[in-house]
Design a protein around this ligand. Structure first.
Ligand SMILES: *Cc1c(COP(=O)(O)O)cnc(C)c1O
Length: 452
């Protein structure tokens, strides 16, 4: 009895330091859920999951190891795990029309590392988009602590980028690769896809050129995977990419995780890279949640992707009408879930991000083409990036995009009091609390579920 009481608090009635920390952690978790239920989450790499995906995450799978491949595990107890993982792979292959899927990478970065490990050696050259041109830090150079350079020792060259068209410049890129070949530095891997990603990359235009130089083409679909399965973006594996990597949680419906896709010929090299190379436990509960999310995407992915792209374009048009300099205007602003805004005339991207946060509008600052030449850096870049995946999953449409644009204008251009804008944000959110595009959406998306 005494021991039980002292675990809760000492005889003087004070809680123990551990008990205090324990309480503070749960307090912050509850506050976080409430904050997001009353905000406009516009981070392009984020989304919400359905109650079904949350349920899978809480299963006992999360306490188990299932090293290796279904049917070839090195531990016992994997019968049901194998069943789910086989289903997960089957769904992934069907969604992306791929011969081979490895569902074990625990994140998009790990998926990219699997490709580097399977198809290149340290010291090899990889050509990739630079960060202001939309590349991800996992494609980056050693001196920037990019994963490809720092972890796998790749030597990174950048594509030529056309800032007006907001995509890779095909002719200039071919010239660069021919120059690299003359210098004895032909790339081993060409990485396409990126993080600031408004328009499809020229995969078909570059594929036969890269293949004639024996360059492995990987397409990083971390951001646009959900649009690809919904038939609303390019189809990289049909356009000539050898392999594709992605995150399962940006425009897809999954928990945070990664996935690698390819043909049968790539399977053995990828499998070895993922295990034992890059994972021991592959976070089995996340694997199960991916399987559920893939089933949701198969059923609802087309409708969702169509609404996402339509919402992104509408938000861009409305922001432009409010007086913002939205990038990609000549091409209709965007063909993905993202939009990018050059905010330099109002304030730097970091300040804009902070001002919007005071009104519960959550965006991220963004390096945009021209920033590095102008001497700007990641802390004070010229732009912000927004994505509409989460607002769309909550059921918002064109009319709400207009309201969102006006709220952003109120803060950044009209400099209205952030507290007043915040209350307008909360009232806009009141009717949008459930994940749509799923089989079972009974519980609120941000509901705090207490199990203790
Ligand atoms: C987000 C992102 C990743 C990393 O994904 P994680 O799942 O966060 O590891 C990789 N590549 C690109 C292009 C991304 O945008």
């Amino acid at each position: 009895m005494k021991a039980a009481r002292s675990a809760k608090g000492s005889r003087t009635g004070k809680t123990s330091p551990a008990r205090g920390a324990y309480g503070r952690i749960f307090g912050a978790l509850r506050d976080h859920n409430k904050l997001f239920s009353e905000s406009l989450p516009l981070i392009a790499s984020e989304n919400i999951i359905s109650p079904a995906v949350r349920e899978a995450l809480l299963s006992d799978f999360g306490n188990r190891y299932a090293e290796g491949w279904p049917g070839e595990r090195v531990y016992a107890g994997c019968a049901h795990i194998d069943e789910v993982e086989i289903e997960c792979m089957r769904l992934a292959k069907k969604l992306f029309r791929a011969e081979f899927a490895d569902v074990r990478p625990i994140s998009g970065v790990v998926a990219n590392l699997a490709i580097y490990s399977a198809f290149s050696s340290p010291g090899d050259v990889m050509i990739a988009p630079s960060i202001p041109a939309g590349g991800h830090i996992s494609h980056g150079k050693r001196e920037h602590s990019g994963t490809a350079g720092l972890v796998h020792g790749l030597d990174i060259e950048f594509y030529a980028f056309d800032a007006k068209e907001m995509t890779i410049d095909v002719d200039e890129t071919k010239k660069r690769v021919r120059g690299l070949k003359k210098a004895g530095r032909t790339p081993k891997i060409a990485m396409l896809g990126g993080s600031l990603f408004l328009f499809p990359h020229p995969v078909a235009e570059l594929a036969s050129f890269f293949k004639s130089h024996k360059i492995h083409i990987n397409y990083d679909a971390a951001h646009v995977a959900g649009l690809i399965v919904g038939g609303r973006f390019q189809d990289p594996l049909r356009e000539g990419a050898d392999t594709m990597t992605l995150s399962t949680h940006k425009t897809l419906f999954g928990p945070q995780g990664g996935l690698v896709l390819g043909s049968k010929g790539h399977a053995e090299a990828i499998k070895r890279a993922v295990f034992p190379g890059l994972t021991s436990s592959h976070h089995i509960h996340h694997m199960a949640a991916k399987a559920v999310a893939f089933a949701e995407a198969l059923e609802f992915g087309r409708k969702y992707a169509a609404q996402v792209v339509s919402n992104a374009r509408r938000l861009a048009q409305e922001l432009s009408a409010c007086g913002f300099h939205v990038l990609g205007e000549g091409r209709g602003f965007t063909e993905s879930h993202q939009i990018a805004v050059d905010v330099w005339e109002h304030a730097d991207g970091g300040k804009v991000e902070a001002s919007l946060e005071e009104a519960n509008i959550i965006v991220n600052r963004q390096l945009i083409p021209g920033d590095i030449k102008a001497g700007r850096n990641y802390f004070h870049p010229g732009g912000i990036r927004m994505g509409v995946s989460e607002l769309t999953r909550l059921g918002m449409g064109g009319a709400e995009m207009r309201e969102v644009a006006e709220l952003i204008r109120d803060v950044i251009i009209d400099k209205k009091d952030a507290r007043r804008v915040k209350s307008a944000v909360k009232s806009l959110r009141r009717d949008y609390q459930k994940a749509r595009y799923c089989f079972d959406g009974r519980r609120d998306a941000y509901e705090y579920i207490k199990l203790r």
